[in-house]
Write a protein that binds this ligand. Sequence first.
Ligand SMILES: Cc1cc2nc3c(=O)[nH]c(=O)nc-3n(C[C@H](O)[C@H](O)[C@H](O)COP(=O)(O)OP(=O)(O)OC[C@H]3O[C@@H](n4cnc5c(N)ncnc54)[C@H](O)[C@@H]3O)c2cc1C
Length: 407
Amino acid sequence: MSRFLPSRAAALTQLAAFLPKAGAHYANERNADRGPMGHDNVSLLSPAVRHRLITEAEIAAAVLDRFAFSTSEKFIQEVCWRTYWKGWLELRPRVWADYQSTLREQIARVSDGAGLDRPFRKRWQAAVDGNTGIACFDAWVEELRTTGYLHNHTRMWFASIWIFTLNLPWALGADFFYRHLLDGDPASNTLSWRWVAGLQTRGKHYLARAENIQKYTGNRYWPKGELNEDAAPLPPDDIPAAGRISELPLPKSGLRTALWLHEDDLCAESWPDLDGLDIVAIGGDVTPDARSWLPVSAAVIDWTDAALTDGLQRAGAHFGRPATRVRPSERHRWLEDHGIQQVVTAYATVGPVADAVKALERELTTRGIALVRVRRDWDTAFWPHASKGFFQLRERIRPVLGELGIP
Ligand SMILES: Cc1cc2nc3c(=O)[nH]c(=O)nc-3n(C[C@H](O)[C@H](O)[C@H](O)COP(=O)(O)OP(=O)(O)OC[C@H]3O[C@@H](n4cnc5c(N)ncnc54)[C@H](O)[C@@H]3O)c2cc1C
């Protein structure tokens, strides 16, 4: 059975089970990859937190309820890496747009009929099929395809081998991850791949080394002589200056309001700014197949669908209103049936979910219905500190947690 169940109840159980290890144990042990069935030194919470079946604030509060900040700092910092990457990309959406256009070109090179570049296509195919002959890499492909998860250290080794040993474009590697990871996230994924490549921190790349893999896989793998351990970083690209985090208008009271769930935040019970609204219905939809022009794994699609069902059930029970999945072709009817005048949704970060929300907004506008986005205090408080390197945000973790009322 999968260890990643698509429900809030399962995420809370997982957090409770991991909590005793979130202090010194995590700080000391987190870098080891003990194999597909052995990931008990890390929380395995990423699919849930990426879809906000559970929130970063809840995780931080639970951890700090149990441990002093100094003991759990490493774990809290890791949770904040997600926040940092999201904030960084929010401040520079063009990096996502540039990645998408590069990816489109690279996908054309490996697509059926791309006869011109057959050797390249074969190398890419061998990598995504786990047929490279590098035992650890091929096993990680199998683990990713079957479980939808890889340990963080393994993701780093994997990306490094993809880019520097197999000489494949980082964009296609990021796409392969994004199509298979249950926690697939535009910011954490794209920017981590860029970081490994040396594009994110100029001139600093991550080189996977055989000794390091041997040590942290407990001798399961030792790809001695198989890896390019001397590669130079990829040539730098143009990183735009950081923009600003937009201010959001508040939802209006006195209007028949619907809540709209999507896969960036499936916990409507704790969305901000809903007090006093006349909530008459809850709807939602997910679009995991929009992650790529290539096929997205069935596991990702099924998991995301089930997570939406869980989110709708909880929201329906919490607000005491009908809650249904609403496909694009059913939207008109749903809006009419409930006499909806305003739709409130969680702020979606740069990527395909934000694009789907924009499409919904355009449709609502033609019907004279406003779409209002609400952003969690966690994001509003942290994102402005993501304009530079992670160090800048890391220094703000304690004060910001204080501002958020997390002691
Ligand atoms: C090349 C590459 C691609 C990645 N792609 C994704 C992705 O698509 N989606 C995704 O959620 N994470 C991604 N990560 C980050 C990280 O690997 C996963 O979040 C982490 O492995 C999840 O496992 P866990 O929940 O057991 O983590 P834990 O070690 O238990 O960490 C706790 C939480 O902190 C956060 N976190 C931990 N490490 C990181 C990190 N390096 N960056 C961002 N957040 C972190 C996650 O929310 C995680 O659930 C990627 C990392 C690399 C190197």
